[in-house]
Design a protein around this ligand. Structure first.
Ligand code: PAF
Length: 286
C-alpha cells in the first residue's frame, strides 16, 4: 500500500492504478477505523480493481464547540488495517494540502442539508459536501462507498453529485453500505469510544427502541404518537437528550407525518455521556 500525502503524487498513483482501463473505488474516512469502515473497503473491492482509502479529519465539518481536537487519530493502526485489507493507496492529505492558504470555496447543498443533523450542526454538511467534492475531484474514482449509518450525509453527497454533474463517480456509483452493528445492536461509530462501558450497554437500547417504533408505524400506528413514544423510550434507556427522532422521506429527507409504505427512514440523534450518537433504519422496504 502506498501512503500519499501530496496531491501531485496522488494523481500519478491513481493514473497508474487506472492503467489498462482498471476501475478504482474510493472509501473516504476520517480514520479511527472500525469494522464498519473495513466492510466498506471489502465491498469496494467487489466493485473495482483497486481500492483507494482516504483518511482526513476534516476541520470544516466540525462546529466551533465540537470534538475536532478530541476526535481519535490513529494513523499507524488504521494504516495497518487498510494494508491488511489490500488497499492500494492510502490518501492522507494534510490540512494544508486540502485547504491551502487562501482557500475560499464552499459547497452547500440546500434542503437535504438543513434538517435533522443539519439543523443541530449548522455548517456541518457544507463541510462534508466540500471535502467529498474535493476528494472526488482528487481521486476521480469510478465508484465511492459510504456507510448508511450516516444516511443524511449519503443523501447530501448524492444530491451534490447530481446537482454538480459530477462524472466520476457517477451518482449511481455512489454506493451506500448497510450499517454494521455490534451484537447488542449498537451501530458502529468512531464516536462510540467516547462512551464508558456502562454507557455502551445503555446505548444499545437505542436500536431496540427504534425497531419498536418502526414495528408500530409499519403496523399502522399514528406516526406522531409513535415518535413521541420513541422519544420517551430513548430517554428511558439512559440517553441525556434526544436531538431529533424523525420519520423522513428516504431521498429528500422531507418530514413524513403519515406512512403508507413509501421509502422512508427513521432518523435519530441522541446524547449519551460525552457522545452524540446517530442511527437510522429503513421502512417501506427501504
Ligand atoms: O463519514 C465520514 O467519515 C466523513 O464525513 C467523510 C465522508 C469522510 C467526509 O469527511
Amino acid at each position: 500500500m502506498q501512503t500519499i500525502k501530496r496531491l501531485v503524487e496522488l494523481r500519478e498513483a491513481v493514473d497508474a492504478l487506472k492503467n489498462g482501463g482498471k476501475r478504482v473505488a474510493l472509501v473516504p474516512t476520517m480514520g479511527a477505523l472500525h469494522q464498519g469502515h473495513l466492510t466498506l473497503v471489502r465491498e469496494a473491492a467487489k466493485h473495482a480493481d483497486h481500492v483507494v482509502a482516504s483518511i482526513f479529519v476534516n476541520p470544516r465539518q466540525f462546529g466551533p464547540n465540537e470534538d475536532l481536537d478530541a476526535y481519535p487519530r490513529r494513523m499507524a493502526a488504521d494504516s495497518a488495517l487498510l494494508e491488511a485489507e489490500g488497499v492500494a493507496v492510502l490518501w492522507a492529505p494534510t490540512v494544508d494540502q486540502m485547504y491551502p492558504d487562501g482557500y475560499a470555496t464552499n459547497v452547500s447543498v440546500s434542503g437535504v442539508s438543513e434538517v435533522a443533523c443539519g439543523a443541530a450542526r449548522p455548517g456541518h454538511f457544507d463541510g462534508v459536501a466540500t471535502v467529498v467534492c474535493k476528494l472526488f475531484n482528487q481521486v476521480r474514482p469510478d465508484v465511492a462507498l459510504f456507510g448508511e449509518k450516516d444516511w443524511q450525509q449519503l443523501a447530501v453527497i448524492r444530491r451534490m453529485a447530481r446537482d454538480l454533474d459530477l462524472t466520476l463517480p457517477k451518482t449511481d456509483a455512489i454506493i451506500g453500505v448497510p450499517t454494521v452493528r455490534e451484537a447488542s445492536g449498537l451501530a458502529m461509530s468512531s464516536r462510540n469510544q467516547y462512551l464508558t462501558a456502562a454507557e455502551r450497554d445503555q446505548a444499545a437500547g437505542l436500536s431496540a427502541a427504534m425497531r419498536k417504533a418502526i414495528a408500530a408505524i409499519e403496523g399502522g400506528a399514528d406516526v406522531t404518537a409513535s415518535l413521541s413514544a420513541l422519544n420517551t423510550d430513548i430517554l428511558a434507556t439512559g440517553f441525556l437528550s434526544v436531538d431529533y427522532a424523525d420519520l423522513r422521506d428516504a431521498a429528500t429527507l422531507a418530514e413524513l407525518a403519515t406512512f403508507s409504505g413509501q421509502p422512508a427512514r427513521l432518523l435519530v440523534a441522541a446524547r449519551m455521556g460525552a457522545a452524540r450518537l446517530i442511527d437510522n433504519m429503513g421502512l417501506g422496504g427501504n
